[in-house]
Ligand binder design. Structure first.
Ligand code: ADP
Length: 325
């Protein structure tokens, strides 16, 4: 089956900023793909190009096999979009807003109200259908936005930072609804800088950095690609001159991928090469503790932890940007 979204060698620049630098990946029918990266990675630019609001400089985007630049109108019929900035008109009621939206996407008049009511029910908004949107909570507004994006039954739903600004409960509720949409047959592409969100929702994650794709895989495969353990050692805050260099030297003996340090961090870390988790039958953590002591390097902590999706992102992009939410 052809992918519902196919992106090939997409490039786009603004003056001297290369916002997209050869992006390529696909989204299969009924798949959830997270576009993961910090601010400035190029996610919004890509979404604007997919949703036909902007044109690529070169490359190709097809939605359900329709080239978005050759036939933007046909492409738009296959996709729904719910952005960060809610487009909701505050004076309208929930149902009025969906009726308005139904008109915009050219649904037949007789279908609009039924479809609107169905979606209000679907997203838990029936009781609020006739209330003005300005009285809705953040979570309700986000759900109404989803309902609006689903009015014309798109095969692909594109979401930009779907849960930003929502409290924990509303976030969980929204995630549940997104997973249900997937179960019902909608493919989702969601741009996020939230690793937990990507981990919970995504079948596959596209790791974006500086307009490029640094990796595409399932969250599990991305994590396990780093190995089973990350070894870390953190210097004492009152470290003496040369400690940093001595610790770095010690780490060169550990086989694995160096983890980029967080800004201002005094922690060194390496994802240990699979199959080489110990040295002479001892874990690397013991080895590090002993050798640091012998060299007079004071460590406040030595740790072995399981790699996270964030670690996979940092290792793949060697990014030093703080991407923690
Ligand atoms: P993200 O959505 O991942 O935060 P963006 O796509 O917004 O990333 O931005 C990618 C890069 O392109 C950034 O360096 C940003 O400043 C630049 N950029 C995005 N849109 C414009 C624009 N309209 N004009 C100039 N530069 C832009």
């Amino acid at each position: 089956m052809a992918p519902i979204l196919q992106i090939e060698a997409a490039k786009k620049s603004y003056d001297d900023i290369q916002a997209l630098d050869g992006v390529g990946f696909s989204v299969a029918a009924k798949e959830v793909v997270a576009l993961l990266g910090p601010n400035g990675a190029g996610k919004s630019t890509l979404i604007r190009c997919i949703t036909t609001l902007e044109r690529l400089d070169s490359g190709n985007i097809r939605v359900n096999e329709v080239d978005v630049e050759k036939d933007p109108r046909a492409a738009r019929e296959h996709l729904g979009y719910a952005g960060q900035e809610s487009a909701l008109d505050k004076v309208l009621t929930g149902l009025e807003f969906l009726r308005f939206q139904g008109g915009l996407v050219h649904l037949p008049k007789h279908e609009i109200v039924d479809r609107g009511r169905h979606l209000l029910e679907r997203f838990g908004l029936t009781d609020a259908a006739d209330r003005a949107i300005e009285g809705y909570s953040g979570g309700m507004k986000r759900r109404l936005d989803l309902a609006a994006a689903m009015m014309h039954r798109p095969k692909l739903l594109i979401l930009d930072e779907p849960s930003s600004g929502l409290d924990y409960e509303a976030r969980r509720e929204l995630w549940q609804m997104l997973l249900e949409l997937r179960e019902e047959g909608t493919a989702l592409l969601l741009a996020t800088h939230d690793f937990e969100e990507a981990d919970v929702l995504a079948d596959r994650a596209v790791l974006m950095s500086h307009g490029k794709v640094a990796g595409v895989d399932t969250p599990d495969a991305l994590r396990s690609g780093l190995g089973s353990w990350i070894l870390s050692g953190m210097l004492h805050e009152h470290r003496v001159d040369g400690d940093r260099e001595r610790l770095r030297d010690l780490f060169t003996e550990v086989p694995g991928v160096e983890m980029p340090p967080a800004p201002k961090s005094s922690e060194f870390a390496k994802a240990i090469t699979p199959g080489r988790e110990d040295i002479d039958g001892r874990p690397w953590s013991e080895w590090l503790r002993q050798h640091a002591q012998e060299k007079g390097v004071e460590l406040v902590s030595v740790g072995m932890r399981r790699p996270t999706l964030q670690d996979a992102y940092l290792a793949a992009t060697q990014s030093t940007v703080e991407v923690v939410v």
